[in-house]
Write a protein that binds this ligand. Structure first.
Ligand SMILES: C[S@@+](CC[C@H](N)C(=O)[O-])C[C@H]1O[C@@H](n2cnc3c(N)ncnc32)[C@H](O)[C@@H]1O
Length: 348
């Protein structure tokens, strides 16, 4: 653990897996207790080392060379980490090329952001806060992408090169997410969450997938149910629908770009669903959960990346008469303080 003391990506690399699992379960239990909820953590499913297939790193150009890594704890210092133990081997193999990219793209005065996503077609690389592209720099950037062998390369929202569409398997569909779009951080974590969601909604024939992203849950659900996916980013719903159209035989999937904080699905709209999946960002889904409770949707599979907002939303559902199943912690951010979980709420 050579970078454990400095790198902010991992705070618990010195601890055993059972200790970290227990610690994370304790964070969830603490959040529930804070809302006066008695709950149970049934299991903790931790993604293995070397499995993070999506990460946002920072890069800084130096007089000689470059730095590439996560930030130091509570600091804006970039910690260069040539032996990172969390990224996949394919992303680590890209590191020498990425250091060249930092030298090409970063202005002297500030760092750049690099969002890396592994796909079966090759890496999807996005740089942000990079130097402005002129003709010469665009050519250099395209040459970098060709030499690095990345599938797609986006520079300050500008598509510079694409040798192949960086698709992701979602059930039997193939989805090409927009550059930098959200994806579950590890394949193992995604598989665990999909299995939990499918299990929680088993038997449902019409499912609302709220905060659907590019279809991580919607497309596997469409094997057995009609799905209406709702997501804030139109580019993500478009990618989802394109993936669905390319996978004949699935049940009908419809999708809607909608801000679920300001305009949650109303109880009247929710009446036609016998199950809902909800996977909000860290803020939780206060407004949407209130409508789900009002509508009385029978089964709700809740996936959360923040135990505190989850516990607040859980309290609303429990007060409305729902029962909460034991919780599964899905740890895609091993050695960090980040905690994700999934459970089912149901009512008769
Ligand atoms: C935790 S991600 C889950 C995505 C998807 N369920 C998955 O597993 O890949 C949360 C999603 O909510 C979307 N989102 C964020 N704020 C939103 C809002 N106000 N209304 C609708 N969607 C929003 C994000 O774009 C992101 O795709």
């Amino acid at each position: 653990m050579p970078h454990f003391n400095a790198c902010g990506g991992c705070v618990m690399q010195h601890a055993s897996d059972p200790f970290v699992a227990c610690w994370k379960a304790g964070i969830v239990m603490g959040a529930l207790e804070g809302q006066g909820i008695e709950g149970e953590v049934a299991q903790v499913l931790t993604s293995p080392p070397g499995s993070r297939r999506r990460a946002r790193l920072s890069g800084r150009r130096l007089r000689k060379g470059a730095l590439l890594g996560f930030h130091a704890r509570a600091s804006d210092t970039v910690v260069d980490n040539p032996r990172c133990r969390i990224l996949t081997p394919a992303l680590m193999a890209l590191r020498p090329a990425l250091l060249d990219l930092v030298q090409l793209a970063a202005p002297r005065s500030r760092e750049i952001g690099l969002t890396l996503t592994e796909s079966p077609a090759g890496a999807d690389v996005v740089v942000e806060d990079a130097r402005d592209l002129d003709t010469a720099l665009r050519q250099d950037a395209a040459a970098w992408a060709a030499q690095a062998g990345v599938a797609r390369f986006t520079w300050n929202n500008d598509l510079v090169a694409q040798s192949e569409a960086p698709w992701q398997p979602m059930g039997r569909a193939r989805v090409v997410p927009p550059p930098g779009a959200f994806l579950q951080a590890t394949r193992e974590g995604e598989a665990a969450l999909v299995a939990l969601v499918l299990d929680a909604t088993r038997g449902a024939s019409r499912v609302a997938d709220l905060f659907s992203g590019v279809g991580t849950f919607a497309l596997p659900l469409a094997e057995t149910a009609e799905v209406h996916a709702v997501e804030g980013e139109a580019a993500m719903t478009e990618a989802l629908l394109k993936g669905w159209r390319g996978a004949p035989g699935l049940h009908r999937v419809t999708a809607e770009a909608r801000d679920l904080f300001r305009r949650p699905l109303e109880a009247a709209e929710l009446g036609r669903f016998d199950a809902a999946v909800i996977d909000p960002p860290r803020a939780g889904a206060e407004a949407q959960v209130a409508r789900l409770a009002e509508a009385g949707v029978r089964t709700i599979a809740y996936v959360s990346c923040n135990p505190a907002s989850f516990a607040r939303d859980a309290r609303v559902l429990l007060a409305a008469g729902y029962r909460m199943d034991p919780i599964t912690v899905v740890d895609q951010f091993r050695w960090s303080a980040h905690v994700e979980l999934a459970t089912r709420f149901s009512r008769a």
